[in-house]
Write a protein that binds this ligand. Structure first.
Ligand code: ADP
Ligand code: MG
Length: 220
């Protein structure tokens, strides 16, 4: 059976890419074939004449098979600003993303899709990440960066995901704040309040080891 997940976060820079790469590694460790997708990326550099985003390149590299870049990242915007601002000339079309997503689903057992920004991040003048996730209609995994303020952000985001009518399969705690000294109690407080499973805790680490992070993921 095909499995797919959409990775969102409490904000940008919270660990969505780390979680996506760790989940891809996890599925490879389960002997499943996996490909990733980063449908909309802001902040690209030109490589051999084409705009390329570092998240999307890492996701491409992590796949169990080669996938053409434009399939996994159809919207690669130069500027590191919201897609609805940088994408005026070539706005996001959810139908195109959906078509690419279906092609990817036919290529592997598992597809892991990294969102952009948080749940209500605008993708074009009318649509947000929530609309994209609804279009793909797959379970959501919420990434929470463990820091002051994250409990409020996590509760708001889970409520918004549920308001969108989607299933939140669980959340991942990413401890990416070097100087935050209240990690354990904050995670405990989140566990007590979020009514979705905690799928893994990624400790602070300067250098990501995705084989190790994957071993910290547990699905029921
Ligand atoms: N476990 C971790 N420990 C320390 N830093 C981390 C960890 N996970 C992610 N980071 C760092 O946090 C930042 C945001 O992570 P990233 O996965 O790129 O987030 P997003 O995809 O949500 O923007 C990056 O600089 C990344 O290197
Ligand atoms: Mg990212």
């Amino acid at each position: 059976m095909k499995r797919t997940y959409f990775i969102t976060g409490t904000d940008t820079n919270v660990g969505k890419t780390s979680a996506t790469l760790a989940l891809m590694t996890y599925f490879k460790q389960q002997n499943l074939s996996v490909v990733g997708m980063k449908p909309v990326a802001s902040g690209c550099e030109k490589i051999d004449g084409e705009w390329r985003n570092s998240d999307a390149l890492a996701i491409q590299k992590m796949g169990s098979q080669f996938v053409d870049y434009s399939l996994l990242n159809p919207y690669a915007y130069e500027l590191p600003i919201s897609p609805h601002l940088t994408g005026k000339e070539n706005p996001v079309d959810l139908e195109k993303i959906f078509a690419n997503f279906q092609t990817l689903q036919n290529l592997a057992d598992v597809v892991v899709v990294e969102g952009a920004g948080g749940w209500y991040a605008p993708l074009n003048d009318n649509e947000t990440i929530a609309d994209l996730a609804r279009k793909l209609n797959v379970p959501i995994i919420l990434v929470v960066a463990i820091k002051l303020g994250c409990i409020n952000h996590a509760l708001l985001t889970v409520e918004a995901i549920q308001h969108s009518g989607l299933n939140c399969a669980g959340w991942i705690a990413v401890c990416n704040a070097a100087n935050f000294f209240c990690v354990d109690l904050t995670i405990e407080s989140l566990v007590a309040r979020l009514k979705i499973p905690l799928l893994g805790v990624f400790p602070y680490s300067e250098q990501a080891d995705f084989e190790d992070l994957a071993k910290r993921i547990k699905f029921d």
